[in-house]
Design a protein around this ligand. Structure first.
Ligand code: GLC
Ligand code: CA
Length: 532
């Protein structure tokens, strides 16, 4: 049983904005906070009720804002404090919550704390980061190379799990913990409703291991941060590269007051070699089985499960799991149905709602992401230019970071000048305007699906009962609450006959414009939801 807090959180439908690529309002080619304000009505129409904004704080932008130099101010090219206040106020008026991105594992090397810390072994900030005379353990940086950098000024090494300009904060230092509490309280004081917590399970380290994993104090630190009376009401979703069910429970159970929920990546990596850029063909049956397993964990332990397919670090999901070239509408709506009719919290990524797919480029100059460029530089001799570009076109984080194609005008309705990153190479074919004009509009399907979810508590709270068998090339399941029941039917890549085990069933939603009733012939990626 959920308590009141988690029961309310289950009604959230979150839309993730990558601000630089969302909407530019002052013609500098960079998306901004006013662009989010401008699109609030659109987002309301889509049917979301919360926005997660990727970091918009002061930053040298080495990692597009995940390298923060001031947690309590806005990056000038994205706007200013008045803009964010206006955004919070206008969103709240529309019933939309605002979630910010809390990057607590590291700062930018331009942050005042680091600038002071590196000066000497003995200053008020000297223990804000991890400093050692010799590298500890053989950690590599996630983006290639060593995770230890020598600092001439202090004559010691510091730890950076990401870029050299992103030193890891030393959470064993109570002063550091207090600083981050203050950051959380600053924003929640301005009305922010919660946080997405960047690589949060990395804040406690274990230097006795050679592999980076969660350190021994992780639960204590997270509970210390979010279990405080000032922060308890916040909705928090952790980015946790953690695979164990036990840890999932510990990190997110309501009474433990750590995180409200955490992203779990098994279904994301299943079509992509762990941490790599190499494609592996995958089937929807495999995806279904992963989803069922995690639903079971969520039901058995009363956990909130985030229902997400896309984010700013991943190539478009539909570009990896099916025939997006010929059946993009059917595939996109099938995936949406598979996820958003389950119990959990839907998270949509910008552009996903009209079926954006990963673009294609022929030159490294068309990429901007620091990790893509590192990957290129570290591997180009071994792999060769052609292969590397294939990898980047498949797996690069830039896939998700192309400007949103609002229409097919010169700069896609994103800006009226050339943007900071080349436009999505598919924009002529795939843009919101064209989608909305089409009879097969993915946006309209998303809208109907989210409306159905909002209006039917059995989708939000109901029990899940799977009726199909593991060997079936489709997924059939019920959601039931009290005397209300729906059945969700998702056919996969082949045609199938699916007979419903009821005398009558009323069609609520389908992606087959010809379907009128529960007749049993389903084409590729066809979905239908019925009231029983
Ligand atoms: C997370 C973010 C990613 C960022 C990294 C370092 O994985 O999602 O975009 O580069 O943390 O902050
Ligand atoms: Ca701008």
């Amino acid at each position: 049983m959920f308590g009141k807090k988690y029961n309310d959180f289950l009604k959230l439908v979150v839309y993730q904005v990558y601000p630089r690529s969302f909407k530019d309002t002052n013609s500098d080619g960079i998306g901004d906070l006013r662009g989010i304000i401008e699109k609030l009505d659109y987002l309301k129409e889509l049917g979301i009720n919360a926005i997660w904004i990727c970091p918009c704080f002061k930053s040298p932008q080495v990692d597009n804002g995940y390298d923060i130099s001031d947690y309590c101010d806005i990056q000038p090219e994205l706007g200013n404090m008045d803009d964010i206040k206006e955004l919070i106020e206008k969103a709240h008026k529309l019933g939309i919550k605002i979630l910010m991105d809390l990057v607590a594992n590291h700062t930018s090397s331009e942050h005042k704390w680091f600038k002071e810390s590196k000066k000497s072994k003995d200053n008020p900030y000297s223990d804000y980061y991890y400093w050692f005379d010799e590298p500890q353990a053989t950690y590599g940086s996630i983006w290639g190379g060593s995770a230890w950098e020598f600092c001439e000024e202090r004559q010691q090494y510091y730890l950076h799990r990401y870029h050299t300009t992103m030193p890891d904060l030393n959470w064993t230092n109570p002063k550091v913990r207090k600083e981050i509490y203050d950051v959380v309280d600053f924003w929640s004081g301005l009305g922010v409703d919660g946080f997405r917590c960047d690589v949060i399970t990395e804040i406690s380290k274990d230097f006795s291991k050679n592999q980076m994993g969660m350190g021994p104090h992780i639960h204590e630190y997270i509970n210390g941060l979010f279990g405080r009376p000032e922060a308890e009401h916040l909705f928090t979703v952790g980015e946790c590269w953690v695979w164990s069910k036990e840890e999932y429970c510990k990190l997110t159970k309501e009474e433990r007051k750590e995180l409200s929920t955490m992203f779990q990546f098994e279904h994301i990596l299943f079509g992509k070699k762990k941490g790599g850029y190499m494609p592996e063909p995958q089937s929807l049956t495999a995806l279904r089985d992963i989803l069922i397993r995690w639903q079971e964990v969520s039901y058995e332990n009363d956990l909130l499960y985030p229902l997400f397919t896309d984010n700013h670090d991943q190539p478009s999901f539909i570009s990896r799991v099916g025939d997006y070239k010929n059946k993009r509408y059917e595939l996109a709506t099938c995936i949406a149905t598979m996820f958003y009719t389950l119990r959990g919290i839907p998270f949509l990524f910008q552009g996903q709602e009209f079926g954006t797919i990963s673009p294609h480029y022929d030159s490294i100059d068309d990429f901007r992401d620091v990790s893509a460029i590192n990957y290129y530089n570290y591997n180009k001799d071994e792999l060769g230019e052609k292969t590397i570009l294939e990898h980047l076109n498949f797996g690069s984080r830039d896939n998700a970071r192309r400007p949103v194609a609002w229409d097919d005008s010169e700069f896609n309705g994103f800006s009226d000048v050339a943007p900071w990153i080349p436009l999505n190479s598919n924009y002529k074919e795939i843009n919101l305007k064209k989608d909305r004009e089409s009879k097969k509009s993915i946006f309209e399907f998303y809208k109907s699906l989210l409306k159905l979810r909002k209006e039917n508590d059995e989708i939000i709270y109901g029990e899940l009962k799977v009726l199909s068998q593991p060997e079936d090339g489709y997924w059939l399941f019920e959601r039931e609450l009290g005397d209300k029941k729906i059945v969700v039917c998702c056919n996969f890549e082949n045609e199938n006959k699916i007979t419903l085990p009821y005398n009558s069933a009323n069609l609520l939603i389908t992606n087959n414009l010809e379907r009128k009733d529960a007749s049993c012939d389903y084409s590729a990626y066809e979905v239908a939801i019925y009231r029983i």
